[in-house]
Ligand binder design. Structure first.
Ligand SMILES: [Zn+2]
Length: 188
């Protein structure tokens, strides 16, 4: 899980050396002692759902993983609240306001920016509903499409964790539906 792509200290440009402590290896500056801690980068993701239990995915127009199907969302800014970041991303990517539902879960994954630097991601995933159907996809999106569970392009998903995220989503959706029909049959 170590990223050895960094060679110089971001504070003083001294040489970094990887040293082991806290059960991990960390780049430590040999000149000023700065420890360049590496952490998974947080993202906020929207599993956008309709009333029929379909999800809205987009085909990536940009690298990495261009041409693969992806959940909408993106990287959080430093110090940004996940839900605020999710709303910002949906404005940027689709030009829409959203209704944020339940948290589906939190998932780790990796994201390659270039050959040398492998970033790990910590993906915070919410159920989301759209307030409008008029979408204005930005240049990051090649195509937008609604998928039922059977239609999801499972072997064409952009990132590994998305199998699990979407499986968890569909399970939660079905559990909700069962709970609701259970309730209504008790009432009647
Ligand atoms: Zn330094």
């Amino acid at each position: 899980m170590i990223n050895k792509g960094y060679k110089f200290c971001p504070k003083c440009a001294g040489k970094l050396k990887y040293q082991s402590f806290d059960s991990a290896q960390h780049p430590v500056c040999q000149r000023c002692g700065f420890i360049f801690f590496q952490n998974s980068k947080p993202t906020a993701g929207a599993v956008i759902e309709d009333r029929k239990g379909r999800v809205l995915l987009h085909k990536r127009a940009e690298s990495p993983r261009r041409g693969y199907w992806d959940i909408l969302g993106g990287f959080l800014n430093n110090g940004e609240d996940p839900i605020v970041g999710l709303r910002r991303e949906m404005k940027e990517e689709l030009g829409v306001n959203i209704k944020v539902g339940d948290l589906i879960g939190i998932y780790t994954d990796s994201y390659m920016h270039d050959e040398a630097i492998k970033n790990y991601t910590l993906n915070i995933q919410y159920r989301v509903q759209l307030k409008t159907n008029s979408l204005k996809p930005n240049q990051e999106i090649a195509e937008l499409k609604w998928f039922s569970e059977n239609e999801v392009p499972w072997n064409k998903l952009a990132f590994k964790s998305q199998h699990l995220i979407l499986k968890d989503y569909f399970r939660q959706y079905k559990d909700d539906k069962k709970r609701k029909t259970g309730k209504s049959s008790q009432i009647s």
